[in-house]
Design a protein around this ligand. Structure first.
Ligand code: ADP
Length: 202
């Protein structure tokens, strides 16, 4: 049986709890914030602050972190651009399920290509915020909290974004955070404010 036959034999179950029911109960819309930026730009640090803000206000929130998913869901993937696209596709599909369950999902993935961010946006669809964590590469290298840039420069890591693999700057993000200008708390507060303005949280 090929995948076309399989798809023709699928009928979705019509569940009783709907989007409006979830919004009323949770005080928010199911939504996704997609953090993009090179390693050490600050994606996880800012997502962590945003999660604290949302959690303390009682909103249901989940984080999908690139480094964590690579230990399970995506453990078969390497860091080639094709594998990174598949990594983005899988995380976006999971994020969509979480979002459609009424949760706020924060996704932290380098997602270095514009095409990959477009793919995530097209999978997750509405209530999607792309947040470009804009930190100059020399600053990321100076931070290097995990020592990865040093290893990549010594050719101990291949396909490392910013050293031997490309990062395409984000041009159409809903929000840009310049971490040299704002600390992680201010960055998180800025995203929180945007979520309010977009009526994703009430
Ligand atoms: P990424 O998830 O993008 O790989 P991390 O959040 O793991 O990056 O690491 C970012 C590093 O930069 C942390 O050590 C963090 O403390 C530091 N940092 C310094 N200033 C900021 C800032 N304004 N926003 C976020 N991180 C910052």
């Amino acid at each position: 049986m090929n995948s076309k036959d399989i798809n023709e034999n699928l009928v979705e179950f019509n569940y009783s709890i709907n989007e409006r029911d979830r919004e009323k109960k949770n005080g928010c819309k199911g939504s996704a914030v997609w953090f993009t930026g090179p390693s050490a730009s600050g994606k996880s640090t800012i997502a962590n602050e945003l999660e604290i803000l949302l959690f303390n206000k009682g909103y249901p929130v989940v984080i999908l972190d690139g480094d964590n998913v690579r230990k399970g869901l995506c453990s078969d993937l390497d860091f080639s651009l094709n594998s990174r696209t598949e990594n983005v596709r899988r995380v976006a599909e999971v994020a969509k399920i979480i979002k459609n369950s009424g949760f706020i999902v924060l996704c932290c993935l380098v997602s270095p290509l514009i095409e990959q961010r477009k793919l995530a946006r097209s999978i997750i669809e509405k209530n999607f915020i792309e947040c470009y964590v804009k930190t100059p590469l020399d600053k990321c290298m100076e931070r290097d909290p995990k020592g990865f840039y040093k290893k990549a420069r010594n050719n101990q890591i291949l396909d490392f974004t910013g050293v031997n693999s490309i990062y395409e700057e984000s041009l159409n993000s809903e929000i840009v955070v310049q971490t040299e200008l704002v600390d992680e708390r201010k960055a998180a507060a800025k995203i929180y404010k945007l979520m309010k303005e977009k009526f994703l949280i009430f």
